[in-house]
Design a protein around this ligand. Structure first.
Ligand code: C2E
Ligand code: MG
Ligand code: MG
Ligand code: MG
Length: 283
């Protein structure tokens, strides 16, 4: 009962030594049950064409409706999911859920309009020999077009480059596109970027935050857009909160933008409403 009371007040598992929790309250036990009981759900954040303002894609972002702690964001449970290996089940759930929902939305798009789906995976997932097969199996079962899927990988996954690259290549062979997420914050070298099978660079939010109109505040963003152009990669700038940042990134040549300025992660119902009026540009 003691633990229970403490847990309720806590917003962070790290605060509690796991070995002191009864077995049924271990994070991974709780998370496994959450997946089974349908307590996980997916929100979608719009990714916008910076020039036209059109909705280009949505990024799937997982949430946990925890029975006692309220709505939890990924940082509250992804570490436990990764340590326990449950991240694989979680990933399958998110992908299957997002692909099914997307299939419903596709029919609502005006003629000739496309909508991509971006899904995050953790580094350990990419290193599994059956990762690509797993992803493509779910895509096929849900009737989703693999060419509409973008798989987001972080630079952390490149530590296991020799395991990860064949998985990326197998995905790309079916038309899936690969985005390097949080770009600029990790350890990848420019040399690695030139050799990797990737299609999109996502400029990390920390560099977008720097953009304030001051001299050289956009130096990293500018360098990234140039690298992308030379390597024929698409670009997304994430974490855009201010109209001035959107304007600056558009002038620099970023193709797409994402951030609270355009829209926060939203429920499937809100996406449906948005798709009925896909022009997202703010007045
Ligand atoms: P990410 O992939 O870089 O996703 C963007 C995160 O930034 C999201 O946080 C989003 O809500 C937040 N964000 C977007 N625009 C803004 C903005 O303008 N300002 C600020 N302050 N934040 C913004 P969220 O949903 O908490 O997700 C955090 C991270 O968790 C994600 O970062 C991604 O790495 C990971 N994640 C989310 N869903 C999944 C999943 O299904 N599987 C895996 N493996 N990882 C996931
Ligand atoms: Mg992402
Ligand atoms: Mg990101
Ligand atoms: Mg990020």
């Amino acid at each position: 009962a003691m633990h229970r009371t403490k847990r309720r007040q806590s917003h962070d598992w790290q605060l509690f030594a796991e070995e002191h929790l009864p077995e049924d309250e271990q994070p991974e036990v709780e998370l496994r049950r959450a997946i089974q009981k349908g307590q996980l759900r997916v929100l979608y954040q719009p990714i916008v064409d910076l020039v036209t303002g059109d909705l280009a894609a949505v990024e799937a972002l997982v949430r946990w409706d925890h029975p006692t702690r309220g709505v939890l964001g990924p940082q509250a449970f992804l570490p436990a999911a990764e340590e326990s290996g449950l991240i694989n089940d979680l990933g399958r759930f998110v992908l299957a859920e997002a692909c099914s929902q997307m299939r419903g939305w596709r029919g609502m798009l005006p003629d000739g309009r496309s909508l991509h789906l971006s899904v995050n995976f953790s580094p350990s997932q990419f290193a599994r020999p059956d990762f690509a097969q797993d992803v493509l199996g779910i895509v096929d079962r849900t009737g989703f077009d693999p060419a509409d899927l973008v798989v987001e990988i972080t630079e952390g996954a490149l530590v296991d480059e020799e395991l990860v690259v064949p998985q990326l290549e197998a995905l790309r062979a079916r038309g899936v596109r690969i985005a390097l997420d949080d770009f600029g914050t990790g350890y990848s070298t420019l040399y690695q970027i030139t050799r990797l099978p990737i299609d999109v660079l996502k400029l990390d939010r920390s560099f977008v935050m720097e953009i304030n109109g001051g001299r050289s505040s956009n130096a990293v963003a500018e360098a990234v857009v140039r690298i992308a152009r030379m390597l024929h990669l698409d670009t997304v700038a994430e974490g855009i909160e201010e109209p001035s940042q959107a304007a600056e990134l558009t002038v620099l040549g970023f193709k797409n933008g994402q951030g609270f300025y355009f829209a926060e992660p939203m429920t499937p119902d809100a996406v449906r409403t948005l798709i009925s009026a896909p022009h997202l540009q703010k007045a």
